[in-house]
Every structure is written in C-alpha cells, then in structure tokens.
Design a protein around this ligand. Structure first.
Ligand SMILES: [Zn+2]
Length: 474
C-alpha cells in the first residue's frame, strides 16, 4: 500500500494523509483546514490534490478545524462515503463546522462590502456553506473507543484514546494484503499527561508504522501540570487584590471547558469569592460545553468524581454564558472586577479581540495567554512585550499585564512525544512486531528535526520528516 502526506507536513495545520491499498481502495485520515496556505503555493492552488469522488472512506481523529475543517468542501466536491469518528467527535465537529461556515460567510460579506463593484470577482468565496455541513454531518458514522471495526475483509480500524480533547482518537489501521498484515498507527493530536477533564492518552499495542504529531517536539513545557495552582495567583492578584479584570483568550472547544472547570474547582475550595463574576463570551462554547457532560463517561477520574460530588462541571454562582451580541456589548461596558474567557485562543478575530482592545490600556487588567500562538497573530504580538500595539488599525498602549501559561496546553512536549514513540516501539516489540518507521508530522521543521534527532540517536527506528505530497510504499 501507499501512504501519502497531503497536509501537516513540516507545518502544524491542515492534517490530511492518504492510504491507497493495492486494490485501489482509498482512505483519507483527517481532512483539516490549512491555516498556513500562504506558505504552500501548491496546496493553495488546489486544496485537494486528488479527486474527492475517488475517496472510499474518511477516518477523523478529532473535531479541531485543522483536522476536520475541509470535510464539507470534500463532500461538496463529490465525496459520498462514510466519515468514521467517535460519537463525541461527531457532535463537536458538527458545531465547529457550522461555526466555520458562518465565519466564512461573514468574512465574505464584509469583504464584499469593502470592495468596489468591479473588483468583487477577485474575492475568495466561502469554501463551503451550511448546506454542505449538513450533508457532511449526515455522512458521519460513529464507532466507540476500543471496538475493532471490520470495514471490509482487507481493512479494520480501531480508535484508542489520544487524551487531547473530548472524543479525540488515535487510529489503528490494519490492512491485510496478499496474506500479509500491516498495522499503521495515526496518533492524531496527543494530549499532555494529567490534563484537565480528559483521560491520559493510550499507546498502540503493536504497529509496524507510526505517524505521530510532534507540535512541541523541540520544546519543554515551562508550566507544571497543576492548573489550579497555576491559575489561582492570576485571579488573586488581578481580580481580588487589585480589583481588575482577568482576560483569558481560549478556544471555545477544549480550552474554555478546562479553564471553567478549574475555576469551578477553586470556587468549591472556597478560594474565589462569590461576588467575582466569570463571563464566558462565546456562543460556540455554549453549544459545545454540554457535549462534555453528555459524554461524562469519557472524562477522567477527577472530573467524574467532581460531577458526583457537585452535580455538574461548568456551572457555579456568578458564571455567565453570553450568547447574543447584545450581551457581549453589555460586557464591553462592565468595568467591575471579573474574569472574561472568550475565543479565539490566538486572539485573532472574534469577540476576544475586542476584550483585549478594551483592557490593554488598563494597568489593573491582565491578559493571560493560555496556548500556542502562531507567528503573526495578535496573541504572538502581545507576547513580544512591545510598549504599544496595533489592534484593528488603532494604536494602543500596553499598560495591562501580559502573562502566559502552558498548563492548559493540549499538546505534549519533547519528552512526552519521545516517551510515546519509545513506548510504542517497546509495546510492538513485546507483541512480536517491529516498529519500522515513524513519520513526524504536525510541527514546524525545527520541532520535527529535534524529535528526529532524539529518535535516531537512541536507535529506536528510522524517523522520517515527510514533505508535502511525498509518498511512501509500506
Ligand atoms: Zn487538535
């Protein structure tokens, strides 16, 4: 069979890999949106370097848009098969994809409004519409964790827990061709050990080939893993001692729930007074938060115990979930001490940008960056420590505290990814298989190179950094 790298090759976003069996059967693993298209003119010209109608099956690791975001375009361009994923991934993906269709439509309308009539044909149209998302959701076919599913006599798949996000899976693909069985493991995005809410990830018990993420393959996380201990000093100093506002940019799905749950834990310990208001200003978070409670059996021991003791995870005195724009506007004029959690995490667009703009000149406010910020984003610029910054074409002086934590990071660092690869090789050996090759993806080149060096210096197996469109015979 042939393994092709159609995305997340030497970059973080746009995850998409293809397995082509000898019979011609084609499997796509993930179909993510590429946020770094500008870097890659070949991909920019054609988001699918194949005919979508020729794909037989899609397997989806998890709901994040950089893994799922091009599915509606694939469907719109003729893909008619099943999209296999876990039930929680199907639910979260539906909300995220509808949201993505909406964002694209709004951006398109805004660009139309700004552009003169004779130039309108140059504006990129949305990649897909709500109708395409509905079709996509209809093609989801869900399989729970740890249930081997025989797709056809040559092919079976199994999901194991990746520990990255609710429902996130690593996928074991078993292919039998000419009497020979080959197993390939796709890590999807992995999580850190002892993450909030989700259980720790699992390793494959035996694979011949491993395709693994290595987002932070060259980095060591600087924060510990105790989120309560990490978050409380920011709340104490900003909101309680100085009566200011703590603004936390967070992705609506995953990070927001982890932050809200941590605040709830601190509240139940009596460390946060009831007068302090907490605002979650994100319609998508409102939709996706109940999915966590609906799939409570997938949560870790700590979260399940908390739910038993307190009845829920994300509700407490003075938490306010804001949906409409009128509520958002009201919050923009609320000047008492509070915590504001809003999307998106890299502070690019969305409601968070307005909250940052609203608070950046206030020395009593803190902006706490809680995740990865790609170069060029406002989040990244904030972390540069400049005395003033441009937000929406307005120069703003920076008087607020700009802080960061990676305690909520949902990706493992160098040591954790290395352990994952080493443990997979060890488990495979114990089961009588040899891990032959590991393919390092979903990371900037220096991060991948650091991991390649570590794997090869310990002679675990051959470590390959595939290029975009590169193919390997397995
Ligand atoms: Zn992810």
């Amino acid at each position: 069979m042939k393994l092709s790298f159609l995305g997340a090759a030497k970059q973080v976003t746009g995850s998409m890999f293809m397995l082509t069996l000898h019979s011609g059967y084609k499997i796509l693993v993930d179909c993510g949106m590429d946020y770094e298209l500008k870097k890659n003119p070949v991909a920019q010209a054609n988001i699918f370097p194949f005919e979508p109608v020729t794909i037989d099956l899609v397997i989806l690791t998890h709901a994040h848009i950089d893994h799922s975001g091009n599915l509606p375009a694939l469907v719109q361009q003729g893909f008619k098969g099943n999209i296999m994923c876990t039930p929680a991934t199907a639910e979260l993906s539906a909300y995220l994809l509808y949201d993505s269709a909406n964002i694209q439509l709004n951006q398109y309308r805004k660009s139309l409004g700004r552009t003169k009539k004779n130039r309108r044909e140059q504006i990129a149209k949305p990649l897909f519409t709500e109708k395409n998302v509905k079709q996509t959701v209809d093609q989801f076919f869900t399989i729970p964790f740890h249930k081997k599913f025989q797709v056809n006599p040559q092919l079976s798949i199994q999901f194991i827990e990746a520990g990255h996000l609710l429902g996130a899976a690593s996928i074991e693909v078993t292919v039998t061709e000419a009497g020979k069985e080959t197993r390939i493991g796709f890590s999807g995005d992995l999580g850190r050990a002892n993450s909030k809410l989700v259980r720790n990830g699992e390793i494959f018990d035996q694979v011949d080939y491993l395709v693994t993420e290595s987002t932070y393959g060259g980095r060591k996380h600087f924060s510990g893993s105790d989120a309560e201990e990490e978050l409380m000093p920011f709340i104490q100093k900003t909101c309680i001692d100085f009566r200011g506002r703590l603004v936390i940019p967070a992705f609506s799905v995953g990070r927001t729930q982890a932050v809200v749950f941590t605040i709830n834990q601190l509240k139940k310990k009596g460390l946060i007074p009831d007068w302090l208001k907490v605002f979650v200003d994100s319609p998508l978070a409102i939709k996706s938060t109940p999915v966590y409670e609906r799939h409570a059996h997938l949560l870790n021991q700590e979260a399940q115990q908390f739910m038993q003791d307190h009845g829920n995870l994300f509700h407490f005195t003075n938490i306010h979930y804001l949906e409409g724009m009128d509520e958002h506007e009201e919050l923009m004029h609320y000047f008492d001490p509070c915590i504001i959690i809003s999307a998106a995490g890299m502070v690019e667009g969305g409601r968070i940008q307005e909250h940052v703009s609203n608070n950046i000149e206030n020395p009593y406010s803190t902006i706490l960056i809680a995740g990865f910020c790609a170069e060029g984003t406002l989040g990244h610029r904030l972390l540069q420590g400049q005395p003033s910054i441009q937000i929406k074409n307005r120069e703003k002086r920076v008087f607020a505290q700009i802080a960061r934590t990676d305690v909520f990071s949902s990706h493992p660092d160098h040591d954790e990814v290395f352990n994952y690869i080493e443990s997979t090789a060890y488990a495979s050996k114990k089961a009588g298989k040899k891990l032959q090759k590991v393919f390092l993806v979903h990371g900037e080149e220096p991060q991948l190179q650091a991991m390649q060096e570590s794997v090869q210096s310990k002679a675990i197996c051959e470590a390959i950094i595939p290029s975009y469109l590169e193919e390997f015979e397995l």
